[in-house]
Design a protein around this ligand. Structure first.
Ligand code: PEP
Length: 240
């Protein structure tokens, strides 16, 4: 079971270091779960330093496909690895919706990250309009197939997908466990990798979501910013 905390654009370097120190002090409570934190770029170095020697991994929230080049504002896999970062989220819906990330650029990023030696959490999910129009299955098929075409079998052990229905992200609304299970089953039928659920996961709904057969973990936004709630979700992962 993998529980990843996506801090989005919260926690600068000092706040991240302080949070990581408190998380490190409670590492024994995380036993039985693989735990990842995903700070903003400027907080990666401090987070890696504080969590060195623990089993808690540090991932970035995005990564470019090239190793270097004229890509203002972007960061590459080798640059992240040099810092001790071991993975990255790719294609988060906020990137797709607010920063024009497409299926094509998402696939390029996933390919570049895996080839660059990083682990990847690649996000897919339908919008509310798409769900209401009965397009959930076709949207997920399109998004996952775009990723499948670029994933080398040899790198599959470093790939996880995250099913994040856009209407459930930061809204307090979660997919019903059966909706999540159905989507996860579909995703795995296209690309055989672990699938995390994301979308308003909180301590009080984590156990039910995580106990679904095809739910292999959670990508947690808001509830990962507060230590007690993040640890509670990690503990739910250990017992699910
Ligand atoms: C996310 O940012 O990936 C996410 C799922 O956010 P939240 O848990 O706040 O809905």
């Amino acid at each position: 079971m993998l529980i990843a905390g996506n801090w989005k654009m919260y926690k600068g370097a000092s706040e991240a270091a302080e949070f990581c120190a408190r998380l490190r002090d409670r590492e024994s409570e995380l036993e039985g779960t693989d735990v990842v934190v995903c700070p903003p770029y400027t907080s990666l170095h401090h987070s890696v330093a504080v969590l060195a020697g623990t089993s808690i991994a540090v991932f970035a929230q995005n990564v470019h496909w090239a190793t270097e080049g004229p890509y203002t504002g972007e960061v590459s896999a080798p640059m992240l690895r040099e810092l001790g970062v071991t993975g990255a989220i790719v294609a988060h819906s906020e990137r797709r919706q607010l920063f024009a990330e497409t299926d094509e650029t998402s696939a390029l990023r996933v390919e570049g990250a895996l080839e660059g030696g990083l682990s990847v959490i690649a996000c897919v999910g339908e919008t509310e309009d798409e769900r209401e129009a009965g397009e959930t299955e076709s949207v997920l098929r399109r998004q996952v197939e775009a990723l499948r075409t670029v994933v080398d079998e040899d790198h599959l052990d470093r790939l996880a997908l995250a099913y994040e229905p856009v209407w459930a992200i930061g809204t307090g609304r979660t997919a019903a466990p059966e909706q999540a299970e159905e989507a996860h089953e579909l995703i795995k039928s296209i690309l055989d990798a672990p699938v995390l659920y994301g979308g308003s996961v909180k301590p009080d709904n984590a156990s039910e979501l995580l106990s679904q057969r095809n739910v292999d973990g959670a990508l947690v936004g808001g509830a990962s910013l507060e230590l007690d709630s993040f640890i509670e979700i990690c503990r739910a992962g250990a017992t699910a």
